[in-house]
Design a protein around this ligand. Structure first.
Ligand SMILES: [Zn+2]
Length: 69
């Protein structure tokens, strides 16, 4: 399953399935009662756009699931 990521250096999106969701993930509820996933997603490979390593907060993800078509 590939996730869509956005390079924070260039603002370009790319997809990869080479990532890990760090331990310590948990779900918080904010003041409005919405559930927020608190986890950090770390890429296994350098960013294909800029070549740096990035990590992301789960609640910053653009689109968690990419359709297979
Ligand atoms: Zn990048």
């Amino acid at each position: 399953m590939k996730f869509i990521f956005s390079c924070p250096e260039r603002g370009t999106t790319f997809s990869t399935n080479a990532f890990s969701i760090m331990d310590g993930q948990r779900v918080l509820t904010d003041a409005a009662g919405r559930k927020i996933l608190k986890a950090t997603i770390v890429l296994h490979d350098p960013c294909p756009v800029c070549g740096k390593s990035h990590h992301y907060r789960a609640d910053e993800m653009i689109c968690p699931f990419t359709p297979n078509h």
